[in-house]
Design a protein around this ligand. Sequence first.
Ligand SMILES: [Zn+2]
Length: 197
Amino acid sequence: MVEYSQILQNLEFINISTDEFTIFEWKPPRSYKSFILDLNIVKQNPVSNIFFHIFKGNMKIVHIRINNLIYTAGSNNKVQFQLLEALIEKVSIEFNIKYDIESYISYGNFSTTMVNSFNENIEDIIAGFNNFDIVKVLKVPCMVCNTVLPIIVKKSFIENAESYPVPLVYMHKGHSILCFIDKNYDIRGVELVNITG
Ligand SMILES: [Zn+2]
């Protein structure tokens, strides 16, 4: 049993912004780090509805633009990108259930104190993550490491796929494997792939 709440103790921040300003930001207790420079880079990306990943030193940052809001999560490199994506999906759903944020913004006199209480929702999401059943851990053999790796996948990624098996690249320790996952979450093949960028 993987304790996602435990893994999510490695989170550094969760941010919800418009193009102009931060609406909501969560950080762990006693964190005084600022991520404003990272968020400025994130805001320059105009593409909607696609998750983007950034490696930055020991950090991983995931962001997505949905409608008028940009959701960003950062962690140390112990957290897999698919788990960060699943977290953002959950956060965006809860945030939009709790607040009619689009109309708040259109009124123009939005105050961030209105959404301060969302901190409690974030704490609940982290603490209760195992109960949501939105990710799975797959055991995937790596021919380079010569071991079986636990790879976290979002259930939405598999369930919303257009065809099967679904390809997923897992980058780790300087190399990458391509695994093919069927709709029952069985691994149908693993290949070593070359990566450039
Ligand atoms: Zn490996």
